[in-house]
Design a binder for this molecule. Structure first.
Ligand code: PXP
Length: 235
């Protein structure tokens, strides 16, 4: 199982003052020295954290980028210019604190099929961020996605409350089903140093995308140690 480190919240902190600190490129350099698969960056339509220049700067380090984005033409153009390692399509609402809920692929599968095509033609791996709902996996397959990323938010909330079995079983069932369709399976959202060990029980999970807990821990121990501690838990 590989780790994608989401560095959006380095940019959130930087943007709080509007200056250059903490420096996102320096953070990316530290993360890239670790045994990670990719740096995950969400270029939101409202540019709340990651800015266009951040993407180009990090790409120029030779980094593998997992670009999270809404399925809109404006960001697609940037993706087609940057050619990240992978793209993960997520839903976006202006007022949300973070990505709430998975993408409803089922209700827009013809649109998404067309949207994904040019990305794949450029060799970009395409992932769809969806709730653990089997019908969404069917729709993801129909659209031509390579991966699904299972939204682990409900599981993470249930874990906090101490009663996570139902949500965890949904993830296990979803992973198995999606794999049976030929999709590769990632997971992310709300994963942290306490709950991440359970992801090892889900067979064949490829990649975990984790941001908030790693960046939070890095305030106390530094980014290098925060990443290494997470890697130790998922190996
Ligand atoms: N995966 C996706 C698709 C996300 O939108 C996010 C949040 O930006 C994450 C993973 C990381 O979630 P967290 O910051 O809770 O670790």
């Amino acid at each position: 199982m590989k780790l994608g480190v989401n560095i959006d919240h380095i940019a959130t902190l930087r943007n709080a003052r509007g200056g250059f600190e903490p420096n996102l490129v320096e953070a990316a350099k530290i993360a890239l020295k670790e045994d990670i698969l990719a740096l995950t960056m969400h270029l939101r339509e409202d540019r709340r954290h990651i800015k266009d220049k951040d993407l180009y700067d990090v790409k120029s380090l030779g980094a593998k980028i997992n670009l999270e984005m809404a399925a809109v033409e404006e960001i697609q153009k940037i993706a087609l210019d940057i050619i990240p390692y992978s793209v993960c399509l997520v839903p976006e609402r202006r007022q949300e604190i973070t990505t709430e809920g998975g993408l409803d692929v089922l209700s827009q599968k013809e649109y998404l099929k067309d949207f994904i095509k040019p990305l794949k033609e450029k060799g970009i791996l395409v992932s769809l961020f969806i709730d653990p709902d089997l019908s969404q996996a069917d729709a993801a397959k129909y659209c031509g996605a390579d991966y699904i990323e299972m939204h682990t938010g409900s599981f993470s909330e249930a874990f906090e409350k101490g009663d996570y079995k139902k949500e965890f079983d949904k993830l296990k069932q979803m992973a198995k089903y999606a794999q049976s369709l030929g999709l590769k399976v990632n997971a992310g959202h709300g994963l942290n140093y306490q709950n991440v060990y359970l992801m090892k029980e889900i067979e064949g999970l490829c990649e975990l995308n984790i941001g908030h807990s790693i960046i939070s821990k890095s305030i106390f121990v530094g980014l290098k140690t925060a990443i290494e501690d997470m890697l130790a838990l998922i190996k």
